[in-house]
Design a binder for this molecule. Structure first.
Ligand SMILES: Cc1cc2nc3c(=O)[nH]c(=O)nc-3n(C[C@H](O)[C@H](O)[C@H](O)COP(=O)(O)O)c2cc1C
Length: 175
């Protein structure tokens, strides 16, 4: 199995990146193959629905998505949605998402936005028949100190999401 963890925040002090790194470590501890894609480390153009599809970076991103069986999107919540960089990645890579198992780990500023990934989850299901793992990680700032995840409940939820991603992906491949 190939897993992909995508860190979607462009903020150098991102908390969702800490979630992403922790999820990657969880996959590694299970001896699963995992790739890490940090959108902040790439120069990614906005999707114009046209010329951008001929750019090498678009092919590179498409390859990352298509080679993964299961993908965990680690996203900042902006304006009750995933951030624009996450949405842009999906616009750029389109059909490469077909049939993938997708999970979400979110960093947010408040509890009220906990359903914010549902829009993008719906679009992945409707457009690309993705299987959404129905166990989200949703973390607020007080669960972190510096670069560490300090809330034990959050650590547990990250482990549960990683384990569920492996279980669902393997079950689907087996059938
Ligand atoms: C433009 C912007 C919009 C935001 N909108 C929301 C929001 O709708 N709901 C929320 O809970 N937090 C919101 N936040 C807070 C972020 O979700 C929070 O800072 C989170 O840690 C960002 O993820 P990151 O640390 O991985 O970059 C917003 C922050 C920014 C900068």
């Amino acid at each position: 199995m190939n897993f992909l963890v995508v860190s979607c925040s462009l903020n150098p002090e991102s908390r969702s990146r800490l979630l992403a790194l922790s999820i990657k470590e969880n996959f590694e501890s299970k001896e699963e193959k995992v790739q890490f894609l940090d959108l902040a480390e790439k120069q990614i153009p906005f999707c114009d629905g046209d010329q951008v599809y001929s750019e090498p970076i678009t092919d590179e991103l498409a390859e990352c998505i298509s080679s993964a069986d299961g993908i965990i999107l680690c996203v900042p919540i902006y304006n009750y949605d995933v951030n624009a960089a996450a949405k842009n990645l999906i616009e750029l890579t389109g059909r490469n998402w077909m049939g993938k198992v997708v999970g979400f780990a979110c960093a947010a500023g408040g509890n009220g936005s906990y359903m914010s990934v549902m829009g993008v989850a719906n679009s992945l299901m409707l457009d690309f028949r993705c299987h959404i793992v129905p166990r989200f990680v949703y973390a607020l700032g007080d669960a972190f100190q510096g670069n560490a995840i300090t809330d034990p409940e959050l650590v547990e939820r990250v482990e549960e999401l990683s384990a569920e991603m492996v279980r669902v992906s393997k079950s689907l491949i087996a059938n």
